[in-house]
Design a protein around this ligand. Structure first.
Ligand code: ZN
Length: 222
């Protein structure tokens, strides 16, 4: 069975991505980052999601708070409400997917995996540059050139199965694959016990997705 590294954040999209990777027959290895994010509950959600799908889960500790620069990694920047968002929002974490995919590539190389899954999406998303297809395509080539793949004449495949799906389509896909969305947490600003705020951009996007999919929203709100 071919191994794959799957980036799992604890959110709805990455849970669906993990289910999609499993359904394609991969021996999945979930990778999460304790990067100093504001909402610590998402790491617990990531662990629950991986356990629910019986997938080994590695949490890599890195400290993106060292330079901050995002509402998610700096106390000096507030999480904006959905209606405040324009351009690249304050919740963008500088080069986060570039960093995460680099770690995923390194782990994949050690595991002997050639496949990496990431739940990026450029339909219902927050406008982050590192979620776009041009970035994923360029990273694929970068991963090949920066690892033993280039000398051994193979390449990594970066799978982004949600890239072109609407949030409703993602929820329908995950529901079909048996994802328990009550385990996931999307909110940028949850309460201490992991309840979602219901006001931030990602809460709004997530709730609208359940409505559009015609599937009851299992999210616990404040
Ligand atoms: Zn929220």
């Amino acid at each position: 069975m071919a191994k794959a590294v799957v980036l799992v954040s604890g959110g709805l999209d990455s849970a669906t991505t993990l289910a999609a990777a499993k359904s394609e027959g991969f021996d999945c290895h979930a990778l999460s980052f304790d990067y100093g994010q504001r909402n610590r509950c998402e790491l617990e959600a990531a662990a629950k999601v991986a356990a629910s799908m019986e997938v080994p889960h590695l949490v890599m500790k890195i400290d993106l708070r060292a330079w901050g620069g995002s509402a998610l990694t700096s106390d000096a920047i507030a999480v904006p409400d959905a209606e405040d968002s324009h351009g690249i929002p304050d919740t963008y974490v500088p080069a986060r997917n570039l960093i995460f995919l680099s770690f995923a590539t390194a782990w994949a190389e050690v595991l002997g995996a050639r496949d990496i899954f990431i739940g990026v999406n450029d339909v219902d998303y927050s406008g982050y540059p590192d979620c776009r297809p041009a970035f994923i395509d360029a990273f694929t080539e970068c991963a090949r050139l920066g690892t033993r793949a280039v000398d051994e004449n193979w390449k990594f495949q970066i799978h982004a199965p949600l890239q072109r799906l609407s949030k409703a389509d993602i929820i329908r896909l995950g529901t079909r694959l048996g994802v328990d969305y009550s385990l996931t947490l999307s909110c940028y600003n949850p309460s201490g016990d992991g309840a979602s705020c219901g006001k931030c951009a990602t809460c709004a996007l997530r709730h609208a997705g359940f409505l559009a999919a015609g599937i009851p929203d299992p999210t616990r709100y404040v």
